[in-house]
Write a protein that binds this ligand. Structure first.
Ligand code: 6SG
Length: 211
């Protein structure tokens, strides 16, 4: 039996929201250990973290760092890693592509928002295009990013695209399949309930108030 699950993180969606979406959609509960700026700056928790950073994820007596490792662990736990080795390889590729974009997004948000936003938004359709291409190659965009079942990469991709829809509401104009896919995935009953909850809505996307 997996769990209990605990997420230790700053009071943001950040690198944990895809994990929360996965857990909520799979009907799982989890605990939050919310780390304030004050507590983090005391330094004791930071010292205890393997890489000196959050988030931390606990599944019973298993402690993990690195948010993509949480997603992959939960994917293996709940059968969200494709139907075979081939799909697993493709899902790893997709998730690494999502990570690349997430790093660019974080750099904009935390380091260059005022000066960089216009150029970022202009370049965004080209950044999203690979995911549109993947969808077009899988059941004409009517299924998931890879294969016929939801995967950890779907939660990660949908979460990141939703953040970009806040940053640039028109960003899916040239990605009709991606737009429909985000709608479809976020309409899954348990996921929709979570995304409509105050616990999701009231949690800021990022730690510096920019979005
Ligand atoms: C920041 O980078 O939330 N961890 C971050 N920052 C604090 O001392 N590869 C791994 C992974 O995928 C990346 C970890 C990640 O898990 S995430 C961390 O630990 C440090 O390094 C982004 C995030 N930021 C929240 C945050 C930034 C400003 C306000 C809140 C840092 C925390 C509180 C103040 C400064 Fe803050």
């Amino acid at each position: 039996m997996p769990g209990p699950f605990t997420i230790t993180y700053f009071p943001v969606r950040g690198r944990c929201e895809a994990v929360r979406m996965l857990l909520a959609d799979q009907g799982q509960e989890w605990q939050e250990d919310v780390v304030t700026m004050d507590r983090w700056q005391k330094g004791e928790l930071k010292k205890s973290c393997l890489f000196g950073q959050l988030p931390k994820f606990q599944d019973g007596d298993l402690t993990l760092y690195q948010s993509n490792a949480f997603l992959r662990h939960l994917a293996r736990t709940y059968g969200l890693y494709g139907k075979d080795q081939r799909e697993a390889a493709l899902l790893d590729m997709v998730n690494d592509g999502v990570e690349d974009l997430r790093l660019k997004y974080a750099q904009l948000i935390y380091q260059n928002y005022e000066n960089g936003k216009a150029a970022y938004v202009e370049a965004l359709p080209a950044q999203l295009c690979p995911f549109e291409t993947l969808l077009s190659q899988n059941r004409a965009g009517q299924a998931f990013i890879i294969g016929d079942q939801i995967s950890f990469a779907d939660y990660n991709l949908v979460e990141l695209v939703r953040n970009h829809l806040v940053l640039a509401p028109g960003c899916l104009g040239s990605c009709p399949l991606l737009a429909a896919y985000v709608e479809r995935v976020t309409s899954r009953p348990r996921l929709r309930t979570y995304l409509e909850s105050a616990t999701h809505r009231d949690r800021p996307i990022n730690g510096n108030g920019k979005q």
